[in-house]
Design a protein around this ligand. Structure first.
Ligand code: SF4
Length: 448
């Protein structure tokens, strides 16, 4: 049965995801082609998670622009951005309004470049991101794709680097990935990399655009890399930068699951092993050993407990895989998008585990997750902070992971990936369940 209405959707606005991806490019600034409120909403949303100043410009549509088109506003906006920020790259994402009136963003940018012939201006990369066509995660992938399509140059000089398309992960995850790639001795081009731009240190002086991010020069080299690794099992082929590079530049593509938990991390490190020809380094193998040991320790607290998981499709798939490894059972799995084959992959995962099939939703909203959780029962919610109301109304604990985390600090520093990330998640989830048991105990206890 099709849904007549969405109540409290688990997915967010498409250009919001694009804006996040563009924050991972060095000396880049994002402009939204549409009305001002969109930019304000996205800034507010991102700032509450990252706790950093985040500038997103807007071509500020008015009533008149909404009827006659926003070309003139866009041109003035680009002039202002160049004079105020001196960026190397301006990324322009469309919004619902500009898409609905059919404003031709590409044409406006071409006109702007023509008007500036002979002048030195930044790269200007457009991306089409109407929110009624996808969610924040699609916006993220589309932004990465737009960058690769714009910059990747041919394979005239193949080199030894590997492209890594990590998807929408935390700043800590990005730093972890860099460490892991370094351990393999693998030069890598990570697109995007907002680990510093959205979580840098203190500055001596003000930077209009925070330092860090993937340099444009490296974006150009992605077409010459020896391979691409892209995290995501359900990314549409039209949104896959790895696939694009394989088709247009002959770069071998490995599209693998987000490395959360033992099995998914094994796949990631085996892929790195194959590409680099280097065995999995001892430091990473040691982490795996610690994780296996900790899973044994935690099993008695977790086995048979029911978890509700929600978030971006690929995130839910990998987190669910990990939760099943811990002995937890799944009662509801809510993917926020409409990823290709999400339901089928989720079903196959649970079937393989031999546990009871959860209720699986795609394009889900919190209302239906709530109703399903009542039906199937739940001991813990696992997902972003937007599940707080649900967790509060049921008085069931919520372990906050993923994006966004708006009611706690430290969201960007949560490590999810790799054996180390799985250890972190295991501790968070197990301790939350122990805390709940402890708090309802009539006698109280201090040993477990
Ligand atoms: S109108 Fe569309 S682009 Fe603007 S904030 Fe809302 S969903 Fe996002």
């Amino acid at each position: 049965m099709s849904k007549a209405v969405t109540q409290n959707s688990c997915s967010y606005c498409t250009p919001l995801g694009a804006s996040l991806a563009f924050k991972g490019i060095e000396n880049a600034i994002t402009m939204l082609h549409g009305s001002q409120g969109c930019a304000t909403y996205m800034r507010r949303f991102l700032i509450s998670h990252f706790r950093e100043p985040i500038d997103i410009a807007s071509s500020s549509f008015t009533e008149e622009t909404a009827i006659f088109g926003g070309g003139a506003n866009l041109h003035v906006g680009l002039d202002n951005l160049i004079s105020q920020y001196n960026p190397e790259l301006i990324a322009v994402a469309s919004t619902c309004l500009s898409e609905t009136i059919g404003d031709d963003l590409g044409l406006h940018i071409r006109d702007y470049k023509k008007a500036k012939t002979g002048e030195s201006i930044p790269y200007i990369v457009p991306v089409s991101t109407p929110s009624y066509k996808g969610s924040h995660i699609e916006g993220f992938y589309l932004a990465v794709m737009a960058l690769i399509q714009y910059f990747a140059e041919g394979r005239s000089k193949p080199d030894g680097a590997v492209n890594v398309f990590p998807g929408m992960v935390s700043c800590e995850d990005l730093r972890y990935l860099k460490e892991a790639l370094f351990a393999f001795g693998m030069p890598a081009i990570m697109v995007p990399d907002y680990s510093e731009t959205l979580e840098g240190g203190n500055w001596e002086e003000h930077h209009p655009i925070p330092p860090g991010g993937t340099p444009v020069e490296l974006l150009k080299k992605t077409g010459q890399s020896r391979a691409s690794i892209e995290f995501g099992q359900v990314i549409g082929t039209d949104q896959s930068a790895a696939q694009y590079l394989a088709e247009h530049h002959g770069v071998t593509a490995a599209r693998i699951p987000l490395p959360i938990g033992i099995r998914k991390t094994d796949i990631f490190f085996q892929t790195l092993e194959e590409i680099s020809g280097v065995s999995i380094p001892l430091c990473l193998r040691n982490n795996r050993g610690r994780l296996v040991d900790a899973l044994g320790d935690a099993h008695k607290y977790l086995y048979g407990k029911r978890a509700v998981v929600y978030g971006e499709d690929d995130f839910v798939l990998s987190v669910s895989s990990f939760l099943l490894e811990t002995g937890l059972h799944l009662s509801v799995c809510g993917g926020s998008g409409k990823g290709e084959g999400f339901k089928e992959k989720m079903t196959a995962l649970v079937t393989e585990s031999g546990t009871e099939m959860p209720i699986i939703y795609e394009g889900s909203d919190f209302k239906e997750i709530e109703i399903a959780a009542m039906q199937k029962g739940a001991d813990i919610f696992v997902g972003n902070s937007k599940g707080y109301k649900m967790s509060r109304s049921f008085d069931i604990p919520l372990v906050r992971i993923g994006f966004p985390i708006h009611d706690r600090i430290g969201g960007p520093r949560i490590l999810h990936l790799g054996y180390k990330g799985a250890l972190n998640l295991l501790d968070l989830i197990t301790n939350e369940l122990i805390r709940t048991q402890q708090s309802i105990s009539s006698v109280g206890y201090s040993y477990i």
